[in-house]
Structure formats: C-alpha cells, structure tokens
Design a protein around this ligand. Structure first.
Ligand code: NAP
Ligand code: MG
Length: 499
C-alpha cells in the first residue's frame, strides 16, 4: 500500500457511510432504540480505526424480538409460497439498489477486498431469486397413496416457526441470506444475530426487507456478543436454529439444541484438500487457484488450503503456487485491484501468526511470506504465505488456519493411482469442500466421488444455489441451498385419509 495511514483514513471518511455508530435493533418492523448500556466497537482491520459501534441486546429486548417474530407468524405463514415469492423478488431488487454502500460497509467491517464485497449484493439477490423459483414446489399438492392401497396421505409443508439465524464475520451478507431467503419462502419468521465484527452491513438487507413491504415482525435484527447468540439459541419460543461459524461454538449450540430437541443446522469449519492429479494442467490450475484455495484472504470455509501434489511433479507445483500467490496484489481492501487484504480482526491475526510459528517449529519450508506484511503502517496485514514440505501430522496440515496460508503436501503417485492422495484428503476431522485438478475427466470424477466431503469441485470450485451445500464430520450437520436447504425451514405433516 503506497498510501499513508492518514490517506487511508481520509479516504474512508469520504465514503460517508450511513451506518457507523448506531443504537437500535430492528424489532417488529421498526428501528427500536436500545435500552441497555453495553456496546461493542466496529474496527476497520485495514487501519485499526474504530469507526462504528452497536448496542448489545438485553434479555427483555431479546424477548421482544422473539415475540415479534412469533406474532408475525400466523399472517406470514397463511400466504401461499407464490405470494411470499413475490416478496423475495422485491427484496432482491431492493438489495441490488444498495450494492455499493453495502460493499463499502462490509469492506470496512472485515477487510474483505472490495472486488469480493461488490459481488455480495448481486449474490444475495440471486439467492432470493433462486428460492422464489421453489414456490411452485412448495405450493404443489403432494398426495401419496398407501402402498397397500385403500388410503392416501396428504403431505403438508408447514413452516417450522420462529428461526434464530446466527452468522460469522467472513461473509456477513451471504451467510445470513442463505438462511433468510429459504426461511421466508417457507413461511417462517426470523431473528438474526450477526457476528460482532460485522454488525452493520446486514442493515442494508433489513432495509431491503422493509422496502419490499415484508410485514412487521417477520424479520428482526439484534446485535450483541456470543452470549446473545447463546440466549437466542436457548430462547423458549424459538423453533429452529441455523448457525454458521466455528466448530467449537457449533458443538455448544448442538449440545443446547440436543437438550431442547430443537432442530438445528450447523455449517462449521473446514480443512479441505486440492488433489492435483499427475496429468493436471498447471496453467489452468493457476488461473483458479486464488478463488478456489485462498478466497477472501484465506477466510472462506470451503476453500482447499491444503494442496496434495504428486511426488512426480512436486517442485513444479510448488513453483506454480508460489508464483501465483506472489503475483496477487496485497493492499488496501478498498482498492479495486487488491486480491489480499488484511485478516478481519486482531484475534484472527494472532491465530494465523501462531500457526506460522508452529509451521516453522515443525519444519515446514516457507516458499513465500511467513510473517507480518511490510509496507503497511497499520492494520492486520499478514503476508500471503505458501508452505511446502508439509507433512500430514503437522499442525498446519490438520487445523483450519483461516488466513492467507496455503500448505502443500506430497503424495506418492509411483503406483499410478491417487489412492494415497485420497487417503490424505480424508484424513482430517473435517469434510466441507475439496477439489480435484486433472485433465482426464473420468479419472477426476472417480477421485471426486471418493473424497469424504459435502462438496467437491473438478478443476474449479463454485457455489450452486440449486445444489445442497453442507459439511460432514466436524464440518457440520444438515445442508443449505437447494430444495434440501429449504426443507430445513419446513415441518412436514402427513394427513391420512381413506379413498
Ligand atoms: P464463531 O466464533 O463460531 O462465531 C459465529 C457466530 O456465533 C457469531 O455471530 C458469534 O457471535 C456467535 N457466537 C459465539 N459464541 C456463541 C454461542 N456460545 N452461542 C451462540 N452463538 C455464539 O465463528 P467466527 O469466528 O465468527 O467465524 C469463523 C468460523 O466460521 C470459521 O471456523 C469458519 O470455517 C466458519 N465458517 C463456516 C462456513 C460454512 O458454511 N461451513 C462459512 C463461513 C465460516 P460473536 O461474533 O459476537 O462472538
Ligand atoms: Mg469468533
């Protein structure tokens, strides 16, 4: 970054963002002033400037938010899927109308490059529009004859009720919208709790919901620390929890929901592998490497940060990965050309630096990067790092780093198979994403089928709104996206009758 810190701050001042220091929650269709004293700061990780703050919800205010969602349920659930889909389509348009200010706010909250956050509104709108297409499935009469004859069952798809939606800070819009859109189509109502580093950008989604005319109480927004999320999870009048975040917090939530017999969807951490087959086209791999393996400065749950390279081409692959990472500019996340920004928080900075230290101690080879990025007067900037000679037992090979760090492991391909690579890929606690790079499509598909994970890409990774996305093992329970994702906000009921 050639600009000085004061330039960076002046540039941010000039953005004139509408939400900075706020003191209200969205409850029952209105912005309601907070009644408590406790607040939390919002810090720009590129400059370390505290530029915003939000109130923490109190217990009576949380009760109000859940009660608002409860009282909105009869009217909202009485609409047909087609009627609710009309609202979803209007919300999509209203979100797109707020794309620029949403992107700038999101970039200030978590340092995601503006090239990333600029797509957030369009992606959110796409999710609302996709779920609107499922109205016909939702509304279709579903009658199933008894196999033995003489009677039939009418299968009803009721909304599950009041849903608590809890999101992390890495994609604060997408990871709410992927819960909100199906919940609304299903006829359920929601209380949203964003992550503490990213509580402001989500307000543009709330604005869009209000502008689309969604009835009061259907969507409510609270802010507060993890304990507010815990209170929402355990609230006696909540019917379902949808959570995206870390595996340890996910376990706590699963335990609470187990005790309460409360349905829960958990999208948790990952440690996904990119298996490079000996016939892979490395130029093609280079062109998708950052998107698939380092998206959002390495802070994306499903990316394949663990590259499994065949021994026969190991050094060639290390060279290509190193060159690709070095060529990607790191800088002010507000710059259009920036690929790597800062990491999102000081806590994340410390975590990632700890992993780099462990890599050094455990004998990994640093190909590029490895420490604090020079050239930045302030902010949580870590050099994009490539680690080679990583062995399966090293900490950096096993745990989710969630920062700009790629590890490259070696597998033995002398037997002409990818068996060892597949075994390595499956030898983690997680099972979220994965990739196979290879020229022969049949072989690549065969390998992809043997990876024990919820999603695997062949020569690229993308998210398809129509296909289920979810983690296996420590990466979560249940899925989002697709009809399967919509089903998580429904409660099925079978009415049997004689024919
Ligand atoms: P986190 O610490 O688990 O927090 C996630 C959310 O839960 C935040 O809103 C947090 O609030 C809240 N929370 C914290 N403690 C809670 C509790 N006891 N009960 C209820 N809610 C609680 O995760 P993060 O640090 O924000 O995000 C990074 C993690 O998310 C990574 O592990 C990443 O892999 C995972 N992730 C997974 C996916 C996926 O789809 N599988 C996608 C993106 C990210 P506060 O912020 O106020 O603490
Ligand atoms: Mg956290």
């Amino acid at each position: 970054m050639t600009q000085t810190l004061s330039d960076a701050r002046a540039r941010r001042q000039a953005l004139n963002l509408p939400y900075t220091h706020v003191n209200d929650f969205f409850i029952g269709g209105k912005w309601v002033p907070a009644r408590g004293e406790e607040r939390r700061d919002v810090t720009d990780p590129a400059t370390n400037e505290v530029w915003g703050s939000v109130p923490s919800i109190t217990t009576p205010e949380l009760d109000d938010a859940v009660a608002a969602a409860r009282s909105a349920l009869p009217e909202w659930s009485a609409l047909s899927g087609a009627q609710r889909a009309e609202y979803l389509l209007r919300i999509a348009d209203e979100i797109e109308a707020r794309a620029d200010v949403l992107a700038a706010t999101n970039t200030r909250e978590n340092g995601s490059p503006i090239s990333e956050t600029r797509g957030a509104a369009a992606n959110a709108a796409g999710i609302f529009r996709y779920f609107a297409t499922l109205a016909s499935w939702l509304d279709a009469e579903d009658v199933r004859p008894f196999p033995a004859g003489g009677a039939e069952s009418l299968v009803e798809k009721d909304p599950i009720g009041v849903c608590g939606l809890i999101a992390p800070w890495n994609f604060p819009i997408n990871l709410v919208v992927i819960k909100l859109a199906p919940a609304l189509l299903a006829g359920s109502t929601v209380v949203i709790k964003p992550a503490s580093p990213t509580p402001l950008s989500i307000r543009f989604i709330i604005e869009a919901v209000a502008a689309a005319g969604v009835p009061a109480g259907v969507v409510n927004l609270i802010t507060g620390p993890g304990s507010s999320g815990d209170a929402l999870v355990r609230h006696p009048d909540v019917n379902k929890i949808a959570f995206t975040g870390s595996t340890p917090v996910g376990r706590t939530i699963a335990a609470a929901c187990g005790e309460l017999l409360r349905p829960v969807t958990l999208e948790l951490g990952g440690k996904s592998s990119a298996i490079v087959l000996p016939d892979a086209d490395l130029d093609a791999m280079s062109s998708v490497l950052i998107r698939s393996c380092m998206r959002n400065t390495g802070q994306t749950c499903y990316i394949s940060t663990r590259i499994l390279a065949p021994a026969s081409r190991y050094e060639e692959i290390v060279q290509m990965v190193g060159d690709t990472i070095v060529a990607a500019p790191q800088g002010d996340p507000l710059d259009e050309t920036t690929v790597f920004g800062p990491v999102a928080t000081r806590a994340q900075y410390d975590t990632v630096m700890g992993y780099l230290e462990s890599a050094r101690e455990e004998g990994a080879r640093i190909v590029t990067g490895g420490g604090r990025a020079s050239g930045f007067t302030d902010g949580e900037f870590i050099e994009p790092t490539v680690l080679a000679d990583v062995t399966p037992e090293m900490t950096v090979a096993r745990e989710e780093i969630f920062g700009p760090v790629i590890t490259i492991l070696r597998y033995d391909d002398s037997d002409g198979t990818a068996d060892e690579a597949i075994a390595l890929a499956n030898n983690t606690e997680f099972g979220l994403g994965g990739l196979v790079f290879g020229a022969d499509e049949d072989t690549a598909l065969d390998v992809a089928k043997r990876v024990d994970s919820g999603s695997v890409g062949i020569n690229f990774f993308g998210s398809n709104h129509a296909a289920p996305f979810g983690g296996r093992h420590d990466s979560g329970m249940g899925v989002e996206y697709g009809i399967e994702g919509l089903s998580a906000y429904l409660s099925y009921k079978s009415i049997h009758r004689k024919v």
